[in-house]
Ligand binder design. Structure first.
Ligand SMILES: C[C@@H](O)[C@H](N)C(=O)O
Ligand SMILES: C[C@@H](O)[C@H](N)C(=O)O
Lengths: 156, 156
């Protein structure tokens, strides 16, 4: 029987930045990420969910070593575009489940979320692709999360 | 020279749903997606960005054929957990750039966003993985978006 999930990964060398209430109009995402690219900052996750009242938040993750410079650049762009503010934390970890068997399997994401909930771990950010589901959580919960996911998906 | 982006994909058979201002505590993501999984609904993108004032929005996409049932289920969960409401649209398309060369290349996402901005296309949702950057846009802009991205990334 095909294994649904083939592995669990954990990235502790990550920081999150969010630029809050940016105008929801063409060109804004470009402005933010071209500024970061110009400084050669590698952006990992980029997450933008549904807008509200003509504004949106855009959150992203970078390595901890790039975090301070990324924050400085983001604050600059935030001022320029009239965003409400910027949030920042280095105290996070990105935990992911990976697998070719996940596509078109409705229960896999729910099972990952259930596992984290059972450990009392709050999910800060979520992003998915066909072969990977990633959750950003407190860095202090990372080890517990990885252990529980290994167990739930029979990977121990 | 390695090609950064190897392809552009477009999924027009997609609808977006967002559950607004859900309590930001463990177990909520599980509740929503287990309800959808129980109904055998395949969820494509799941997007959760930064929280605000102890609530968060969770948006996701499904096929158009699953959309009405997914909406019904989501409204049920929304009431149960005290979310503010649910948003819904079938008038969307998911446009993605794909490539192994994108990892650790800061400019690629910015270039995709620039291309959409140049066409006057507003980016509704964004999600990324190491090999894929996806933007949700108006369905009516999809063809224009794909053409422009092919051109920008020399794929025509
Ligand atoms: C919010 C941001 O993504 C904006 N909608 C844009 O297209 O750039
Ligand atoms: C908002 C939702 O993701 C919540 N934080 C949870 O862990 O389920």
């Amino acid at each position: 029987k095909e294994r649904l999930v083939s592995g669990v990964t954990c990235d502790l060398n990550t920081a999150k930045i969010a630029i809050l209430e940016v105008p929801d109009r063409p060109g804004i995402a470009y402005k933010i990420f071209s500024a970061l690219a110009k400084a050669n900052i590698n952006v990992d996750m980029i997450i933008q969910s549904i807008m509200r009242d003509n504004v949106n938040d855009i959150s992203f993750t970078i390595s901890e070593s790039d975090a301070d410079l990324a924050l400085e650049i983001t604050k600059g762009v935030a001022d320029e575009i009239g965003a409400k503010g910027v949030k920042f934390s280095k105290d996070v970890a990105k935990v992911s489940i990976v697998g070719a068997g996940m596509v078109n399997n409705p229960g896999v994401a729910a099972t990952m979320f259930e596992t984290l909930a059972e450990e009392g771990i709050n999910i800060q950010m979520i992003t998915t692709s066909e072969i990977k589901i990633s959750c950003l959580i407190d860095a202090s919960s990372a080890i517990k999360a990885v252990k529980a996911l290994h167990k739930k998906f029979n990977l121990s």
